[in-house]
Design a protein around this ligand. Sequence first.
Ligand code: UDP
Ligand code: MG
Length: 315
Amino acid sequence: MSNEAPPRPVISVVIPMHNEQEVMHQLFGRLIPVMTEIAEPFEIVCVDDGSRDDTWRMLRLISVDEPRIRPLRLSRNFGKEIAMTAGLDAAQGEAVVFIDADLQDPPELIGEFVKLWRQGYQNVYGLRTKRAEDTISKRTTAGMFYSIFNHLSDTPLPANAGDFRLLGPDAVRALRACRERQRFMKGLYTWVGFASIAVPYERPARAAGQTKFSMFRLWNFALEGITSHSTVLLRAWTYVGLIAIAFGVLLGVWLLIEYFAFGRNPPGFYLTVFVVLGFSSLNFIMLGILGEYVGRIYQEVKNRPLYFLRNDDLE
Ligand code: UDP
Ligand code: MG
């Protein structure tokens, strides 16, 4: 090769990496031939997310011989969402492909992703048809998460879609414009909209190394996903208050009827319950009203763009 500058990449593959030394050679061994076959200039942006193993040293070494691999290093472990965002910001290609380092996302699918992108799709995502590699508990909790999320959020998530996907230039621009700190990428992909299409695949087990997501981390991740894409939980308290008021009114009416119509003096206990219901429902309603405002403040501080325009004629 002469020393002319390499062509500007058309496709940027972004890989978040946290302690992935075991899998790295296998990963590039499969990814680079796949990318070469697609016959578009590409780069592979590897974001070392505060690894404590040899990930960074190996990336540096490999990138000397393979300049299409661009290693980036975060100052500490920021988590997968931020690592992907850093890669997205650094990507120079028109389209960005997110893929896990552990080969659970088969690189062979990228060719298909690119074809669909060329047809105009901005968000081509891998859909896991089988989660046999996951434990039963992970599958059930994941199922519960999707169901709760989709009830609470205005932009439902396709169940069993992960981060493995290709984003076209419009989606890349849109995602870059979302700068919220509490980041839940899966929610953002659907929130930005654009023409999307799923490519089904069977998800294999991790090629080497260990999962970085403990049950506790997944729980926090789920909370983050729900709270960053819905304010329903803040605002629901008004309705709890209204239900409590309804009970209070019923009880009050009954007390009055007992006293005035039948001349009976109901036990003081009922009066106490009446007062408690009255004040606690007021409290709930006040919380709900506060929640309405806090929810609005939250929406405003996220400062997401108001809208994006589509540039395709797909349905
Ligand atoms: N990852 C990361 N930062 C983290 C945790 C994970 O960049 O703090 C990367 C990890 O290196 C891998 C991807 O995110 O490329 C998915 O992680 P993993 O395979 O452990 O998750 P799982 O497939 O078990 O959900
Ligand atoms: Mg994995």
